[in-house]
Write a protein of this length. Structure first.
Length: 111
């Protein structure tokens, strides 16, 4: 997989964040990565904070499936779960922010 373009546009409409779900709101700046793999294009969009921070930490730490060619939303969520300690001991503040955002989203969308 080859990355063609990485931009940080301002959203003209709401977008789905690959990491936390519907976290990109109109007017927010977000990360947009365009890649190509054998003629197939893909676009990975995510919130700048904390999602992009977590994705970057995954990539730098080698915490991703090399066959996929980069960090996925699943990789980022798994990394976050592994970097928040038991009993309130927090290893990484970005991991905590992501998990809190996921909990809020789940609470809002659970019947």
């Amino acid at each position: 997989m080859n990355t063609i373009e990485i931009t940080r546009p301002v959203a003209r409409q709401d977008h789905f964040c690959e990491v936390c779900g519907p976290g990109i709101k109109q007017g927010d700046q977000y990360s947009r990565t365009v890649s190509v793999d054998g003629g197939d294009f893909s676009v990975f969009k995510c919130c700048l904070e904390p999602c992009l921070d977590v994705v970057n930490k995954c990539f730098r730490g080698g915490f991703y499936d090399r066959f996929v060619g980069g960090v996925t939303g699943d990789d980022a969520r798994e990394w976050a779960h592994e970097h928040v300690g038991v009993g309130g001991l927090i290893d990484d503040p970005d991991a905590l922010k992501l998990l809190q955002r996921l909990e809020q989203h789940n609470a809002q969308h659970t019947p």
